[in-house]
Design a protein around this ligand. Sequence first.
Ligand code: ZN
Length: 492
Amino acid sequence: MLSLFRGRPGLATWGGLVVLIVTVILASANRLAPAQVQDLDLVLAGGRVMDPESGLDSVRSIGIRRGKVVAVSSEPLTARTVVDVRGLVVSPGFIDLHSHGQTDENYRFKAMDGVTTALEMEVGTAEVATWYAQRDGKSLVNFGATVGHIPSRMAVVGDKGDFLPRDEAIRRRLTDAEQQRLLAIMRRGLDEGALGIGFGIAYVPAATRKEILDVFELAAERGLACFVHLRSHGAVEPGSAIEAAQEAIADAVATGASLHIVHVTSTGLSQTATLLRMIDGARKHGLDVTTEAYPYTAAMTGLETAIFDDGWQEKMGIGYKELQWVATGERLTAESFARYRKLGGMVVIHSIPEEIARLAVANPMVMIASDGIITSGKGHPRGAGTYARVLGRYVRQQQVLTLMDGLRKMTLMPAERLARTTPSMSTKGRIKAGVDADLAIFDPARVIDRATFENPAQYSEGFVHVLVNGVFVVRDGKLVESVKPGSPIRRR
Ligand SMILES: [Zn+2]
């Protein structure tokens, strides 16, 4: 005991010396030697660099070499290309955990909204290797996906829907043999590098609680997170959002799997505050539970899905006129509802009160994620405007959260959500030497969404430059169409 005590001051002194040496080394690294300076591919000079991990919010120059940030310096840096970014915020590029649109068209809207990594974590895919191969070397932004319970179940029962179930996967319980096939598909997806397991339980109401629990168990075996659209939404009991959150949280407790509850507002509706209280409580008791929201007062999904089974008006507290048919923009009636439900297609659901959207966006626990998809210019504005809308509307205009807190929800928090299982994510979502040069550079006085429910296909305003792996995908406010610097985000 005594020797331990005697040892402590000595250790402290050595520790102090090590800190001093490291500080000197870091300080000299910030003033790069001329040879190193010549090696830089690009310098972003004199921007307001904001890093939610370290809390840095100061004027710095950023040196980039071979796709990586290699210097964050208070001294000027030189390189072959120096871009003056004075007066602009330099943020880590945004990481969208809920990006259904995984096409060139969608990636363009993402890039113009500051997103450098777009991940399909909720629906996911049943064909993980193929999914990655289709995008590798061909994408504007970084991409990745989970293996999805929905598409795997659709494959097992032969559902005729394309993206979301429309018949067999909605109605059919699985036999034991089918349940084994389902798990085999999902195991293969995880072996192929999927980022976790995606769920949309509300779309497959025939999936028993046992079926869901078994899939959570698979996630737990692999040490992965489940990204879950809960079984039901709203306040009507039985079958409320609270009941649905209890199922997912109980499965996380029982199996040990991590849990991410998607779009807490469109699921929670009037019960959103209670869901947030449950998630906060679970976290305080040591569970790895996270959540996300998009900054809009409407949801969107397929009219043919189980979401519009009998009772939807009571569950969501809305009527036909709150439904807007995406293809034409028209509000629905009982007659057009019946006609379009047979046809199938996307419908915007004006169901989320503004105060609920604001509550979630302002809550420090809630990440920002778009849930977006734009198809031939049609869709929900969240596919194009989510990130600019948070920064312009909720940070600048309404001041319900600080700029740094807003950026943290778009960068560090989603990176940390994934870094626990996907180590490559620890080099995203922050700005320091050694991270990937995924950067969003914007004018904080001007950044705003332009996408509307009437015309969702409008680029956000205010993003001056966006870089993916050190390559400009947006430069001087304009999309760079000729480059494909996006890398796969994959678990190895
Ligand atoms: Zn969803």
